[in-house]
Design a protein around this ligand. Structure first.
Ligand code: NDP
Length: 597
């Protein structure tokens, strides 16, 4: 399929019509949190709660969040000789998103070789190109053990207050378990996708059957296990799943095999391209795993998504394929024709071709013609999280599986006994909410705490007009505090752990410099922060925030970027430019823009 055989105008028109069907006035407000009436759905089904005495001591570094961010920052600090590191985590163990998401089929979507952090440091060889969740969770435990991060960690603990005490030059940390301890430095890595949400459908609280969110999978009800044991308790059950995003794409194949009947309620189809997962061969791994290999893989993945012409593509997957296609188109043009417009056109053409292939795949794989038609995604590939799977579309060929296509309207109502969609009631034993996580809200609203910096200024006040940082990590007015998240930095969404590892390198370098030289505090200057924010705002976000896209959390449910969340762009030169800038900034040892006192 080449773009010359496609009617681009007709496709654009179709994309616009499909988007318009889905636009709704309530945007992010259509969702509700797992709290109040839904408290039970938020409980941790995986680790029993244990009582403990409140902690009231002092540590050098306290990190909020025990996912990849906390683990990697903790590991790097330990490597830099900072021994007193405490991680505070609301789950019952390390893992963050991988602690909570134990749904059947959970698996990383970015190649394990670059997705799993600290592979070189731990010596772990991933078993598959895209490993499954239990192996990722074990890896988190491995990092925790190897770097001694369990010793001081506080699990099942939520931070409720963070306050900078200027006299003592430290932070006071308060938690849901009555802890009140101090820390010279704090780090925050609470992740963008940790607050589970339910669709606020009328009647959602009235359902009398079993219901749970995919991030709180109830194996006691379904049978089976995260390791892939079949869910034997579903064989006489009629199960509904709401949502067809990246999570549903991974768990639907397992449900379709296990349940007597599975009804998949779809509002917007995901684009589901081939996965081609395969085991990793020990001999091959040993041949490439020479010192520095993981950084080389990171760099190569980034190179392959930038505008250069790298000779090799180590990862070779759906993330790099789009860039490969764009490059081929650009190479085919005489350099005299290269311009921002022709590049954008090459990008658009490559996207049309790819999406047409993905839509054709529905027809090839799914037996029922109407179902195949309804599974087609009518938007550009990066409008929503691209999915890759070799059993999802196939699941609709299982005798008990049925797609309930709602043509953009979604489930209308939930009753005591089931769900209403397209005006019809479907009675079910169980509803599984694959309805995702809160994204569009303010950082502090999602974090559950609002750090109070110098002069009693809260982070929500400092960021009232939008996020302001130096390098996405340091905030003026918040000494000795570090944030780990991708915005105002590389913003490499295709491989979030790379952003984390890089920030961890920065944080450990800065803290080691402060400790070695006996400084009490480190803080970005206002001038450096302002200059950085201006640089970030001078760029364009590519698909993120694009209102031509179908609504979803990538574009603020169709509303596009507000003036405030426009600040969450990355470096204008892209991930490669950010990583190059920051490596040089770190290596210079001057740390321009930071004040050490
Ligand atoms: P999403 O937010 O992507 O999906 C939520 C789904 O719920 C959408 O399909 C949405 O439809 C649907 N929905 C909401 N309300 C209704 C309604 N009233 N009726 C019917 N459907 C409804 O959540 P996910 O948990 O799937 O994924 C979240 C993110 O987590 C991913 O984008 C990805 O970043 C990450 N993830 C990563 C994985 C990996 O790396 N392996 C695996 C899984 C998730 P609509 O599209 O119309 O809004």
């Amino acid at each position: 399929m080449t773009v010359s055989t496609l009617d681009k105008d007709a496709l654009k028109q179709k994309y616009a019509e499909e988007r318009d069907k889905r636009l709704r006035a309530d945007g992010n407000a259509q969702y509700v949190r797992l709290e109040g009436t839904f408290d039970d759905l938020a409980a941790d089904p995986y680790t029993p709660w244990t009582d403990r005495e409140p902690v009231t001591d002092h540590v050098t570094f306290a990190f909020i969040g025990g996912g990849f961010a906390g683990l990697v920052v903790g590991a790097r600090l330990k490597q830099a000789g900072i021994d007193s590191v405490r991680i505070i985590e609301k789950g019952g163990d390390f893992g963050g998103t991988w602690y909570w998401n134990r749904y059947p089929g959970a698996q990383c979507d970015t190649a394990s070789m670059i997705y799993l952090p600290l592979l070189e440091e731990t010596g772990h060889m991933p078993s598959e190109k895209y490993v499954h969740a239990p192996e990722i969770r074990d890896h988190c435990g491995r990092i925790g053990q190897q770097f001694g991060l369990y010793d001081q960690a506080l699990f099942h603990t939520e931070v409720t207050g963070l306050e900078w005490q200027d006299d003592a030059k430290h932070w006071l940390v308060k938690t849901s378990r009555g802890d009140a301890f101090t820390a010279k430095y704090i780090g925050m890595g609470t992740g963008p996708l940790h607050v589970a949400k339910l669709p606020g459908i009328d009647g959602v609280e009235t359902f009398k059957g079993k219901a749970f969110h995919t991030s709180r999978w109830d194996y006691a009800y379904t049978g089976g296990s995260p390791d892939g044991a079949p869910m034997d308790r579903l064989k006489d059950k009629r199960v509904a799943i709401i949502g067809t995003g990246a999570t549903a794409v991974q768990c639907v194949p397992h449900l379709a095999k296990a349940a007597k009947e599975l009804l998949v309620f779809q509002r917007t189809p995901s684009s589901v391209d081939v996965r081609n997962n395969e085991p990793i061969d020990r001999e091959w791994f040993d041949s490439i795993a020479s010192p520095g290999w993981q950084q080389r893989w990171y760099d190569n993945f980034v190179d392959n998504q930038s505008q250069g012409f790298p000779e090799e593509d180590y990862v070779m997957d759906g993330w790099t394929e789009l860039s490969r296609r764009i490059r081929e188109k650009v190479r085919a043009m005489p350099p005299t024709q290269w311009s921002p417009e022709t590049l954008l056109e090459a990008f658009e053409d490559a996207d049309f071709e790819k999406m047409e292939e993905i839509r054709k795949r529905c027809e090839t794989v799914v037996n029922d013609k109407e179902t195949a038609e309804n599974l087609k995604a009518w938007y550009r590939q990066l409008c929503k999280r691209p999915c890759f799977h070799d059993q999802y579309l196939q699941a609709f060929n299982e005798p008990g599986a049925r797609l309930i296509h709602t043509d953009g309207k979604g489930v209308e109502r939930i009753t005591e006994n089931g769900l209403i969609a397209n005006g019809e009631e479907y009675q079910v034993d169980c509803i599984i909410y694959a309805s995702g996580f809160e994204v569009g809200s303010d950082y502090t609203a999602r974090a559950g705490f609002d750090p109070v910096g110098r002069n009693g200024v809260a982070l929500s006040e400092a960021w009232a007009q939008g996020m302001r940082t130096l390098h996405g990590v340091h905030v003026h007015g918040f000494p000795n505090a570090f944030i780990v998240q991708p915005s105002q930095a590389a913003n490499l969404i295709s491989n979030v752990p790379h952003n984390i590892v890089d920030h961890a390198n920065t944080i450990s370098t800065v803290v080691a410099h402060a400790e070695t030289n006996g400084f009490q505090q480190v803080e970005p200057t206002l001038a450096a922060q302002d200059a950085w924010v201006s640089l970030v705002l001078s760029g364009q976000g590519m698909m993120i925030g694009n209102t031509e896209c179908t609504p979803g959390y990538y574009n603020n449910e169709g509303a596009g970027l507000t003036e405030k969340n426009r600040h969450q762009l990355g470096h204008p030169g892209g991930a490669k430019a950010f990583f190059a800038h920051i490596a040089q900034w770190r290596d210079s040892g001057r740390f321009d823009g930071l004040d050490f006192t």
